[in-house]
Design a protein around this ligand. Structure first.
Ligand code: GUN
Ligand code: FE
Length: 418
């Protein structure tokens, strides 16, 4: 049992932050036991870790991030999706055939993700099994709860990133075999997106999904260009999402669809039918995608939505920055297309980044009693002339905070020390 004293903030539900100023939280066997303003008598003899002005919040979940693109963050941000993939992203991903290069990059990626308070993540590797295995093992060893996918792509990319279809399926099966029983970081099917996958490949992955009971992550209706490509390459399907539904990929495990910016009614219907997550990646949307998710409208329809850094279409690995950007984008969308969206609130954005997405990883993302204690202590955000309320500290952190404002990190109840 450990007792921590701090201001405590977490999402109660979609619309409300729970704020417990100057309170005590008890953690036992990696889970929150309770929160009190006055420490109960029975705990009086347990030493208290006191963070004084610190605010304790749940750790963040990144539902869409490309680890191999970490080295490209903040570069070539003046390109749009198709050019950005061809000129910037694919050439970088091809370098992960060199596992020694990959190790150096992935070590830095995982460390920076944790430094920025992300303890759960849905991560894309590359087509390369060896490098992607290293990434998964590294995250697993660090205790990160999440999913890592060996990317599948067998058309429309540079030669050295194109897989032979049968080999792609075989190597994916080996990847699943090796890691399906992992506790922390697990494998997930990762067909890149419709333009780079043939029907044969997607169907093959559907068979693996059933055999290994494993979910899928991909990019869905992310740009007008991508949606048109999907329609012309898969004319038998009424929408992008149906491509995967027809292959039996929607009901084997969690399905996480990145972007979901231009969904048709059919896309939304299929995603809701299988209780899938759509992921808003605000920086990526601004930089390379050029479309804004109807976040408020989709939330009101009851869709599950999380947030993603989408490194390196997005440039910042901290999901907290994306919570702020999500609010900003909803206002822009509402200004230009009021019929298409309502503004979202900061509590809604924080909820997407923590409690809503934490459900994917087994009862984390909150500090309510019973939650897995994956948490951060943030501090240093008040002014000498204005002390912020705990919930204001959280909002300011998302807008102007950095990893240096994170003073302590906890994973499964244990403080991260390295
Ligand atoms: N669509 C296909 N591949 C990618 C990628 O790597 N990043 C983004 N943002 N969109 C994609
Ligand atoms: Fe992406």
């Amino acid at each position: 049992m450990q007792i921590i004293h701090a201001d405590i903030v977490y999402s109660e539900d979609r619309e409300h932050l729970a704020s417990h100023p100057d309170s005590y939280i008890a953690v036992e066997n990696g889970r929150v036991k309770g929160i009190w303003a006055v420490l109960p008598e029975e705990y009086a003899n347990i030493p208290v870790t006191d963070y004084k002005t610190g605010v304790l919040i749940p750790a963040f979940s990144d539902l869409h991030v490309h680890a191999p693109q970490y080295l490209n963050r903040g570069l070539e941000m003046d390109l749009l999706l198709a050019d950005w993939l061809d000129k910037c992203t694919f050439p970088m991903e091809a370098r992960y055939a060199d596992t020694e290069f990959a190790k150096l990059a992935y070590d830095a990626f995982v460390d920076d993700m944790i430094a920025n308070g992300t303890m759960h993540a849905c991560v894309y590797g590359t087509i390369h099994s060896e490098a992607t295995s290293y990434l998964l093992e590294r995250m697993d060893r660090k205790g990160i709860k999440g999913f890592v996918g060996k990317v599948n792509m067998d058309r429309s990319a540079q030669e050295d990133l194109l897989e032979d279809t049968a080999r792609s399926i075989r190597e994916t099966e080996e990847f699943l075999e090796k890691y399906s029983s992992n506790c922390n970081t697990k494998p997930i099917l990762t067909p890149r997106f419709a333009p780079t996958c043939t029907r044969e490949l997607i169907n093959g992955l559907g068979i693996l999904g059933k055999k290994y009971n494993v979910g899928m992550q991909t990019h869905l209706v992310e740009s007008m260009w991508e949606a048109e490509q999907a329609r012309s390459l898969f004319p038998e399907c009424s929408c992008d999402t149906e491509i995967y539904e027809r292959a039996g990929l929607m009901d084997n495990g969690p399905v996480i669809g990145g972007h979901f910016i231009f969904p048709s009614e059919d896309d939304i219907r299929i995603m809701q039918k299988y209780d899938c997550y759509a992921v808003q990646c605000p920086d990526a949307t601004i930089s390379v995608i050029a479309g804004i998710m109807q976040t408020g409208t989709l939330l009101d329809k009851g869709m599950k939505i999380g947030l993603g850094s989408d490194i390196s279409a997005g440039h910042h690995i901290g999901v907290y920055t994306q919570a702020a950007r999500s609010v900003q984008l909803s206002k822009l969308k509402n200004f230009y297309e009021p019929e298409d969206n309502r503004k979202i609130t900061f509590p809604e954005a924080f909820w997407m980044a923590t409690k809503q997405s934490g459900q994917l990883f087994g009862g984390t993302g909150s500090l309510e009693p019973g939650s897995v204690f994956d948490a951060l202590v943030i501090d240093g955000l008040s002014d000498a002339a204005r002390k912020l309320l705990p919930e204001q500290t959280v909002e300011r952190f998302c807008y102007i905070g950095t990893k240096h404002n994170i003073k302590a990190r906890y994973l499964n109840g244990a403080k991260i020390t390295d």
